[in-house]
Ligand binder design. Structure first.
Ligand SMILES: [Zn+2]
Length: 113
């Protein structure tokens, strides 16, 4: 995928992530603490009280969504974003626009379910 498109999707995911965090916290410092974190595993963030408090407020579905967003951001960094995890084909952009953090193409998703 072209760098320009990657940046577009990165911004989209970052903005979705911001919205998710805002929905569980109105405390800006908590959100800022989380947003400042580099992409590291949740468990490694345990020193950051504000971040832990924030993450504790997430329900299962929100936690899952947040971790999918983190994974998508890390795939953007590693250059594997937009590639189906199962068949290795490019995921069509209209699908990425609908679900920016998806890891599989439509065909593979339909096979799974
Ligand atoms: Zn696929």
């Amino acid at each position: 995928m072209e760098t320009e498109r990657l940046i577009f999707f990165k911004d989209m995911i970052l903005s979705d992530r911001g919205k998710l965090l805002k929905s569980i916290s109105s405390v800006d410092s908590e959100i800022a603490a989380y947003m400042d974190q580099q992409l590291i595993e949740f468990s490694e963030r345990s020193e950051e009280d504000a971040v832990v408090n924030l993450l504790n407020r997430l329900d299962y579905r929100q936690k899952k969504e947040l971790s999918l967003m983190e994974e998508a951001l890390s795939r953007i960094r590693s250059g594997t974003y937009g590639i189906c995890m199962h068949c290795g084909h490019n995921i069509p952009e209209d699908r990425l626009l609908a679900i920016p953090y998806t890891t599989s193409c439509k065909l593979c998703t339909s096979k799974e379910t």
